[in-house]
Design a protein around this ligand. Structure first.
Ligand code: HEM
Length: 215
């Protein structure tokens, strides 16, 4: 890979944070799903034994939350709503067909990725709050039974919603060829940037044309 011909999309520290979070997320999600139905029980083998899964699930949940706080700090500036996002929504047919004939004024992340970003951040916050409420033996005794019941429902619904969002996110990441490479190596091709994030690409070009800046 000739890095001079590629564009840096995601820095090492952000990639490391993302993939570490993905590992922890899968362990937490699989152990959480194992408690929904008896036929899912085998999934808690992800932590070795059912007892270990019961102990470690909440601790790993907190690790997922903290890693997402880190990603929030790194990425929030690219995920704020902008007027140009409307162009993406209005041209959904072109977006879904994967055509690149008309520039859609897409910044570093498109409007769909921004919605997903806020969905992930909202749901993980709900999971943390409801998770603390139902965390036996440490915090649950501090709350009333009706509060714990509500916490259990919120935790289950938010968990399923987050798992579905993540499945959609991973599917789209594989569907858009070149995205995974960006999150693994950090680099994307110029044509990838131009096709999928045209406004971001133009901003990079205008920055690099200033004296002393590398393209
Ligand atoms: C196998 C699972 C996953 C794959 C293949 C994957 C892949 C990716 C890729 C390729 C990107 C970069 C997109 C781009 O450069 O345009 C990305 C970004 C991101 N991913 Fe994942 N991811 C996975 C799981 C997760 C999980 C579990 C979460 C959180 C619960 C997550 C949260 C994020 C966030 C917050 C970003 C930054 C996007 C933004 O700022 O809008 N990912 N992911």
């Amino acid at each position: 890979m000739n890095k001079d011909k590629m564009i840096l999309r995601t820095r090492f520290i952000e990639r490391a944070g993302h993939w570490l979070m993905v590992l922890c997320f899968f362990a937490v999600a699989l152990s959480g799903l194992s408690w929904f139905f008896p036929s899912f029980n085998g999934l808690n083998a992800v932590f070795g034994t059912p007892q270990l899964a019961r102990i470690l699930h909440p601790f790993f949940g907190v690790v997922v939350f903290l890693l997402l706080v880190f990603l929030f700090i790194r990425f929030v500036k690219y995920n704020l709503p902008e007027r140009e996002d409307l162009v993406w929504f209005k041209n959904m047919r072109q977006v879904l067909s994967g055509a690149h004939d008309k520039p859609l004024q897409i910044g570093k992340y498109n409007a769909g990725q921004k919605l997903l970003f806020w969905g992930i951040m909202g749901l993980i916050s709900l999971l943390l709050i409801s998770g603390v409420l139902i965390w036996r033996p440490y915090f649950a005794p501090l709350f009333s039974i009706p509060t714990i019941r509500l916490g259990l429902v919120v935790h289950a619904v938010a968990g399923i919603a987050l798992i579905l969002l993540v499945i959609g996110h991973a599917y789209l990441a594989f569907w858009i060829k070149g995205s995974i490479r960006g999150m693994v190596t950090g680099y994307v091709t110029r044509s990838w940037a131009k096709n999928h994030h045209d406004r971001w690409y133009r901003q990079l070009l205008s920055k690099s044309s200033k004296p002393g800046n590398k393209p």
